[in-house]
Ligand binder design. Structure first.
Ligand code: SF4
Length: 122
């Protein structure tokens, strides 16, 4: 018990990330993304409880595709019109049957209707 107490005491305090700090460089499905700490909403910045968090790309505003034309999504992305819910938890892409998980929060949307090359898919 004392060992646990003293070993926790001697751990250096981890510095809280600041806005603009690099969280990670993540390569998934052939693309590399730099993820920085920040805020999703401008209003979050002024909340007294808010701290910068890892901000993932907004693929609704700025779509990205694999070379096969498959759209990138994030697990926390709001669902689109083709959403097919398989879990009753979040109402986000992660609960859709077309979500294929990648690294961290990244994924692909395997819905043919959303593929950039859908005219080539049989
Ligand atoms: S995974 Fe694809 S089809 Fe499913 S909700 Fe997200 S964007 Fe829409």
């Amino acid at each position: 018990m004392f060992t646990t107490f003293f070993s926790q005491e001697s751990q250096p305090q981890k510095e809280k990330p600041k806005e603009g700090d690099l969280y990670k460089i993540i390569t998934t499905f052939g693309k590399t993304f730099e993820i920085y700490y920040g805020y999703y909403e401008e209003s979050d910045r002024y909340s007294k409880y808010s701290e910068p968090i890892e901000v993932y790309p907004d693929f609704i505003k700025n779509p990205e595709y694999t070379k096969e034309g498959t759209p990138f999504v994030t697990a926390i992305q709001n669902p689109c019109e083709y959403y097919e819910k398989i879990n009753d938890t979040t109402d986000k892409c992660i609960d859709c049957k077309y979500f294929e998980k990648g690294e961290e929060m990244f994924g692909l949307c395997k819905c043919k209707a959303r593929n950039k090359n859908k005219h080539l898919i049989k």
